[in-house]
Design a protein around this ligand. Structure first.
Ligand code: DGJ
Length: 737
């Protein structure tokens, strides 16, 4: 049983309940003392169910004469001292509330009292939202705990899903309004955990365009430390991921607690350290650009948070997320299939191409062993620059005289599959779509329609706009032989308003947009199960589990410089598996950084992701072509396990000049190792690649040299690496004997 419930009476003042959620290695314990408030007791390494009186031992000793006591007879302390599972405001808990509601009379007090529970086998998907899924009922158990505001009748249903074998607990929240008055929800976190102390480092993944998900680690301090996005996307600037790690946590040792939001829009997450040094960790929809008017007898479901605990350091945490995302977030045919090696023409041609040029690249691609040719931006309307045509999804006859299907056929005839770029969520002012439907975009009436990259965001709060996208993009996929789609999105929201909504619902736009987008993506991806979808948002501006639910891979960053990519891919791997990361070799000097790096290093970095090329293959010299051929042949030997294996990070770019990691296949029979030195150093001492995650008793053959090494030797002594010059790298393919 993954969920244990114990009920008992210790005093005459009511029944106490203890909930114990257990995965293979973790326990999560909650209690309801005196049948009133849902309190957090423990989250961490698996334990046996604690004694009832011990589980109920709250902070009896803490009090503050300035704070109200909820019920002095049974609760002789303020809620500010209670470790709560779901807190509200204006009831004596002065910390960040998990939910904030406003009633019709303008009041905001809400006192949520325990109202019962239900346990179900399996896990329900969240309606209209992406979520972790199960394949068999036995994989999960769901505990639904009801809390009720006595005054308004407002019902909060907390859903805890325990996925025993995956070592994961997910949390989500549904608010039901059974009353006759509308209630405004101004903020709602889907998960909140109160820890007794604040002796933690907070780890987050901030960034910028071309600089996504750089690891930041800092000690907690008093007050609130907030991570958020109000850009209408999960964003380059802050990923919806947050971890608390003990100060001594390394890659392989120590306790880490993490949250990751299965959502692609605005969010907030953070930690508040309170007056007595306790910390509250939370994640969900924030209050900056969110509010939801909940009509009588309606309900609202907030997105899911995936909670992971590991006592095997950051590496242990990442591997739990990776396994789950690979198999229980990513769906469809490509979940279990190797991903094709592709070439994308964006950095090869930008907007300046025609059918012959694309076919030339495809022909070259086929001769090198590449499997998929992706035609990027510029194929539709009269788009020869980023100034027009988004929305007019009809092939440009001047560039592609045979249309998309003619081009697709020619590309297939070269021996590679055909893939296509689209940016469905946007519209150019200079487009037939905008001229026909000027009110289909997000704008505030009477104000400037502010363009960004010369485009406006389509208003996906409107059903007819979503239907139009389903029809148009679906139609393209129905009529041409397209195996892959790169789904891009290149502006953040600003000047936000929807003509389709009344004024009291304008703060719902960003969330309604996401719901509309999820419906569009669900319909298109489900009706085209053979197409491989890759999401993109100016590179990795929407790299989150929400997008991965619809599209199994994401373009990690527009920055393809391999040195920069070491940081970006390393940071991304904290939560997201290799099989979700698009990683391509591009030309030198690199278009983003101007840096010149060897083809070998560019290849070795890209091989730790979904491998591809982003350059004009026809420009390669004979020698370069030979090197590319062998890169491709190597990757074909590696990808079946690199894309599905366990990642072990062994040296971090955030800590020094040397970077390394290795991937161990699920069956532990094969290993891919990669070691990089960024800058040249004279007399640096000995560099060694030390592997991790191998079987110490087993022996391994180096596929290149035929040398045999023992597992413990590879992990403890390592292999000496000799480098000369900047931007050096070395990879290994080992096979267990
Ligand atoms: C942004 C993407 O990240 C690029 O790869 C490219 O597709 C451009 N958009 C095209 O406009």
């Amino acid at each position: 049983m993954a969920i244990l419930v114990e009920e008992g009476t210790l005093t005459s003042q009511g029944t106490h309940t203890v909930f114990h959620l257990q995965t293979n290695h973790t326990s999560y314990v909650m209690a309801v003392p005196y049948g009133k408030y849902l309190a957090h007791v423990y989250w961490g390494k698996k334990i046996r169910t604690p004694r009832l009186d011990n589980a109920l031992l709250m902070r009896w000793i803490c009090f503050d004469v300035m704070e109200p006591l909820p019920a002095e007879d049974v609760f002789p302390f303020s809620l500010d001292y209670l470790r709560q599972e779901f807190s509200t405001e204006q009831n004596g808990d002065y910390r960040i509330p998990t939910v904030q509601v406003e009633y019709e009379d303008g009041s905001r007090c809400c006192s949520l009292i325990y109202d019962g529970y239900e346990i179900k086998n399996g896990k329900d998907c969240l309606e209209g939202l992406p979520s972790v899924y199960t394949q068999h009922e036995k994989e999960a158990q769901t505990l639904e705990i009801r809390l009720r505001d006595e005054w308004s009748g407002l019902m909060v249903c907390l859903s805890y899903v325990v996925m025993e074998n995956w070592d994961v607990i997910t949390r989500s929240v549904r608010i039901e309004n059974p009353s006759e008055q509308a209630v405004r929800i101004n903020r709602i976190s889907s998960a909140c955990v109160d820890f007794e102390d604040s002796d933690w480092d907070m780890i987050s993944l901030p960034g910028a365009w071309g600089h996504e998900r750089h690891i930041e680690r800092q000690s907690l301090r008093r007050g609130c430390q907030l991570l958020s996005s109000v850009r209408g996307a999960s964003s380059h600037q802050m990923n919806p991921f947050l971890a608390l790690a003990r100060r001594d946590v390394t890659e392989e040792h120590g306790e880490v607690y993490a949250m990751n939001l299965v959502y692609s829009g605005n969010f907030h997450a953070g930690v508040e350290v309170d007056q007595i040094g306790s910390s509250r960790m939370f994640m969900g929809l924030g209050d900056d650009d969110f509010s939801w008017l909940l009509e009588p007898r309606q309900s609202f479901t907030a997105p899911e948070v995936v909670l992971v605990y590991s006592d095997e350091g950051l590496g242990g945490m990442s591997r739990i997320y990776h396994r789950l995302y690979r198999k229980r977030v990513v769906r469809g045919k490509y979940r279990d299939q190797i991903r094709p090696i592709l070439v994308n023409n964006w950095e090869a041609t930008y907007f300046d191409f025609d059918e012959e040029k694309i076919v030339d690249i495809a022909r070259e691609a086929a001769s090198l062993g590449i499997e998929l040719m992706v035609l990027d931006d510029g194929w539709f309307g009269k788009r020869n620059a980023d100034t027009s045509s988004l929305g007019d999804w009809v092939a440009n006859q001047e560039k592609l005289p045979n249309g998309l299907s003619g081009l697709a056929q020619r590309i297939r005839d070269c021996g590679v599959q055909f893939g296509l770029w689209v940016e469905p969520e946007m519209v150019s002012v200079d487009s037939d779509l905008y001229r026909a439907h000027p009110d289909w975009c997000i704008y505030v009436k009477g104000r400037e329609r502010k363009e960004c990259r010369n485009q406006l965001t389509l208003d996906l709060c409107r059903e007819e706009v979503c239907d139009y996208l389903i029809q148009t993009i679906g139609g393209i996929l129905d009529h041409a032989d397209i195996s892959y789609v790169k789904w891009d999105m290149n502006r953040h929201m600003s000047h936000i308003g929807s003509e389709s909504l009344p004024k009291e619902r304008q703060r719902e736009v960003a969330h309604r947009y996401m719901l509309g987008l999820y419906r569009v993506m669900e319909t298109i991806t489900q009706s085209h199960p053979d197409v491989l979808f890759e999401s993109c948002s100016g590179g990795g501006g929407r790299f989150d589990p929400g997008m991965l639910y619809y599209m199994p891979q994401t373009w990690t960053s527009d920055d393809t410089d391999p040195v920069e990519r070491l940081y970006i891919q390393y940071g991304t791997s904290l939560a997201y598996p290799i099989s979700t990361m698009g990683a391509h070799i591009s030309a030198v000097p690199n278009h983003q950084s101007g840096r010149i790096t060897p083809l070998k290093m560019r290849g070795d970095v890209a091989m730790s992701g979904n491998f591809g090329y982003e350059l004009d293959l026809t420009q390669f010299t004979k020698e370069e072509k030979e090197e590319v051929r062998s890169q491709i042949a190597d990757y074909k030997k590696l990808r079946s396990f690199v894309q599905s294996g366990d990642l072990y990070r062994t040296a971090s770019p955030f800590e020094g000049n040397l970077v390394s990691w290795n991937v161990v296949s699920e069956d532990k029979k094969e290993v891919f190792g990669a070691f990089f030195r960024i800058q040249s150093e004279v007399n640096p001492g000995i560099h060694r690649m030390k592997f991790a995650g191998l079987e110490k008793e087993a022996d391994y053959t180096d596929e290149e040299t035929g040398q045999i090494y023992s597992g413990d030797e590879l992990m403890k002594i390592g292999l000496v690496v000799d480098f000369h010059g900047d931007y050096q790298s070395r990879t290994w393919h080992l096979k267990r004997i």
